[in-house]
Each structure stands twice: as structure tokens, then as C-alpha cells.
Design a protein around this ligand. Structure first.
Ligand code: G4F
Length: 395
């Protein structure tokens, strides 16, 4: 049986199943016991090494997740667009340092055939589906492509897993945008969805597809309802990075002001590095489920800007202009999550506070712009006192 381990594993039967077979097979156990220790350990390591596949591996969350999984000794695979493989410097900048330790496969969320081929090649134990058209404003400019990519992509992956590796555990990146104009604050897993953009609608569809595959076909499929999560790796189009990169450019003398949309909307901002841990924890549970992942504290865009400019001793009011052109046709004015379920069942809770997050982002952008020495300690000021929270992290 030991000689068949390779083929058994590549038939996608999974580690628990193989271990059970091995222990119940007296000949195989005897064979294992006769191997010199290092060889036996190699065999066990080979069996134990889990394979994770990440769609969206080159994004902010994908890059943190791959680092987290490599540290746990996973064999990490990722899906990227073919154009990214042809121009890695540009498209794979967040993960370029790990290129030798991961396996990248070209595929498109718009092609079932390409996704199915990767599933068959990799036979993953866990699939983290993070890829999407994830910038809400684009969804207003091109509704069809947001709906097609986000909904079909999720459906194709679930379908390919059901057909080829139904034992694979699946994570879907849901979003607080699904709540949209929410009936209650804070939101929990049972708050009604009222999305305000095709992006939010596409995420509701993905969430329902995930739930349906769980209920109809018994897949271990879970959704994380993640609130805004940021880091120095955030894309420049999102408001936090737009602000922190503008701070750095203004200090460096490369820009005079920054134009933003609605400054009064409130978001529940956490650190992306911590949010990917919640994704992994969901797939380690005996039963699949859905979880809100949030800090429980909100701040306005204005407060983020004030905190960011304060890091370099500037008053945001002199540099930030609110431009109605940048307002969204339908806005989500306040989002705040209650992550009690994640805390109780997964043992997950956020660790980075708002001010630390802002500072880390400003520091990184200032360093890149060659003005890192301008960042200074900021005392807790009005923006801290104004934090809106129903549940403090750790309550
Ligand atoms: O940074 P944002 O573009 O993020 P948004 O729309 O909340 O969505 C992010 O978080 C979701 C929840 O986790 C994800 F599902 C989604 O994929 C994405 O990661 O905008 C935050 C708020 C919005 O209310 C927006 O109207 O900031 C407001 N805002 C004001 N001025 C701006 C700007 N947003 C952007 N991007 N640019 C502005 O100039």
C-alpha cells in the first residue's frame, strides 16, 4: 500500500482518509515500521502536506494568505491570469518574493474549462476563492463584467470541485457590501442583505451559491463576510491607500492635494493580515458555516484622512477636497460588524487598532517615497474619541 500512496493521494482522497486506511491495513503499517526513521517521516510528511489553492493569490489578501499557509507548511497553488505570468514584475509584485515556493496556474474566472483543468491538476484539499472584480466603483461603470466575473467564477469553481474533488474544503470571500443599506447596526450573520451595487449583488449571489452547494451536495463550503480590511498592500484605488499614498506624495512634494468622494461614510476597518487567519480557521472547523469578520469599530473617511495626515504633522483640511463627482450613485453610509460568532467558534479576534493600521500604511508609503523620516508618533486625538462602536474588539 505504501507504494500506492502517491497515486492514492493524487486521486484526491485526502489525508484523513489515507491515514485511516493506512492504520487499518496491517501490511502497510508493518511496512512503515520497517522503514528507517527518516524515510518513515518523509512518507508521513508527504501524506500530511496539505494542498491549498488560492484564486486571487496575487491580491492583497492572497499574498497574506499564501504567507500564512507556507508557514503552516502547505503546498500552495494559485490561479493567475495568463497575462500576469507574462509580466510578473507588474502583475505579481506582491508575491514575487515567494515565486519559487508556490505553484502558479493560468486560468480565468470566465472559463469553466480552465478552472476545471486546474482542479484536476492540483486536486486541492482547500480552495480559497478570493478572486473577484472587487472595486465597488467599477461595478457602477461596468455592471455586466462585475456580475459575470464574480457570479460565474464562483459557480464554475464550486461546480468543478463538486465534479472532481468533493472532499475539498471551500472558502468564499463574501463582503459586508452584501448588507448595504442594513436594517441594523452592527450587522451579524442573520442581518438581512440589501446590497447597493452590482458588486454587492454579485457577492450575495456567490454567498447563496456557496450555501446551496453546502446544502445540496454536502460540500464543506464556508463564507466569510469580511468588512473592509487594509494594509500597505492595498490597491491604490481603495480610499485608505489613496489617502496614505497621497500623504506620502504630498510630503515628497509630488502632489498638492487629494480629491475624495463622500468623507462622512463610515467603515469598519481592520488589518488584512489578521483577516486571512479567519479564512483558514473557517476551513478547519468540523462543519462549514458563515462568519462575520470585523473589528466592531467604525470610523469615517474623514477620520481616516485626519489620522493619516496627522502621522506626518499635517492638517488634512488643507489637502483633502471632497468632490461630488467621486460620490457613488448609491452609497453604503455605515457598516459595522459584530464578529461575536467568529470569536466564540473560531477563537478569532482582531489585534490591530485603527490608529496602528493608519500609521503602518502611512509609514510604508512614506518609506517608498523616500520620506520615511517624516512619520511621527501621533497622540490619541479627537478621531479616536469619535470611534463609533457597539462592540469593542475582545468584548
Ligand atoms: O475603499 P473603498 O473603495 O472600499 P469599499 O467600497 O467599502 O469596498 C471594500 O470593502 C468591501 C468590504 O470588505 C469589499 F467587499 C470590497 O471589495 C472593497 O474591498 O471605499 C470605502 C468608502 C466608500 O463608502 C466610498 O464611497 O470610502 C468612500 N470614498 C470616499 N472617497 C471613497 C473615496 N472611496 C474610494 N475608493 N475613493 C475615494 O476617493
Amino acid at each position: 500500500m505504501l507504494s500506492q500512496l502517491g497515486t492514492s493521494r493524487s486521486a484526491g482522497r485526502g489525508f484523513p482518509c489515507l491515514l485511516e486506511e493506512l492504520l487499518s491495513d496491517a501490511t502497510a503499517t508493518d511496512q512503515l515500521l520497517t522503514l528507517p526513521d527518516p524515510d518513515a517521516i518523509l512518507v508521513l510528511e508527504f501524506m500530511a502536506r496539505r494542498k491549498a489553492l488560492i484564486s486571487g493569490i496575487a491580491g492583497q489578501d492572497g499574498s497574506y494568505l499564501l504567507e500564512f499557509l507556507l508557514a503552516k507548511d502547505y503546498e500552495v497553488h494559485g490561479i493567475v491570469r495568463r497575462v500576469a505570468l507574462e509580466d510578473p514584475e507588474h502583475h505579481l509584485s506582491r508575491i514575487i518574493n515567494h515565486r519559487e515556493r508556490i505553484h502558479l496556474h493560468p486560468a480565468s474566472l470566465e472559463s469553466y474549462a480552465s478552472l476545471h483543468r486546474v482542479v484536476e491538476q492540483v486536486l486541492p484539499d482547500e480552495w480559497y476563492h478570493l478572486a473577484a472584480q472587487s472595486f465597488v466603483s467599477y461595478a457602477f461603470d461596468d455592471e455586466s463584467s462585475t456580475l459575470n466575473t464574480n457570479i460565474n467564477g464562483t459557480h464554475y469553481i464550486l461546480s468543478a470541485l463538486k465534479n472532481s474533488v468533493p472532499t475539498c474544503r471551500f472558502y468564499f470571500a463574501g463582503s459586508s457590501e452584501m448588507f448595504g443599506r442594513a436594517d441594523e447596526v452592527p450587522q451579524t450573520e442573520s442581518t438581512r442583505f440589501h446590497p447597493r451595487s452590482t458588486y454587492g449583488i454579485s457577492k450575495v449571489a456567490g454567498f447563496e451559491l456557496t450555501r446551496n452547494y453546502r446544502e445540496a451536495y454536502g460540500l464543506h463550503a464556508s463564507s466569510g463576510i469580511l468588512y473592509n480590511h487594509e494594509s500597505p498592500r492595498r490597491g491604490f484605488e481603495f480610499v485608505t491607500r489613496k489617502i496614505t499614498s497621497a500623504v506620502a506624495r504630498i510630503v515628497a512634494g509630488l502632489q498638492k492635494e487629494v480629491r475624495l468622494g463622500n468623507l462622512d461614510v463610515q467603515r469598519d476597518w481592520g488589518h488584512a493580515r489578521e483577516y486571512v487567519e479567519a479564512m483558514w480557521l473557517m476551513l478547519q472547523q468540523p462543519e462549514p458555516d458563515d462568519y462575520v469578520v470585523a473589528t466592531g469599530v467604525t470610523h469615517s473617511v474623514r477620520e481616516f484622512a485626519a489620522a493619516a495626515f496627522a502621522c506626518v504633522g499635517l492638517d488634512y483640511r488643507e489637502y483633502v477636497k471632497s468632490d461630488p463627482v467621486l460620490f457613488r450613485p448609491t452609497e453604503v453610509t455605515v457598516l459595522r460588524g459584530d464578529a461575536s460568532k467568529a470569536r466564540e467558534r473560531l477563537g478569532w479576534q482582531p489585534r490591530t487598532e485603527f490608529r496602528q493600521l493608519v500609521r503602518e500604511m502611512v509609514e510604508a508609503d512614506c518609506r517608498s517615497a523616500g520620506v520615511g523620516d517624516r512619520v511621527r508618533e501621533v497622540p490619541a486625538t479627537a478621531h479616536e474619541e469619535n470611534a463609533h462602536c457597539a462592540t469593542q474588539p475582545g468584548d
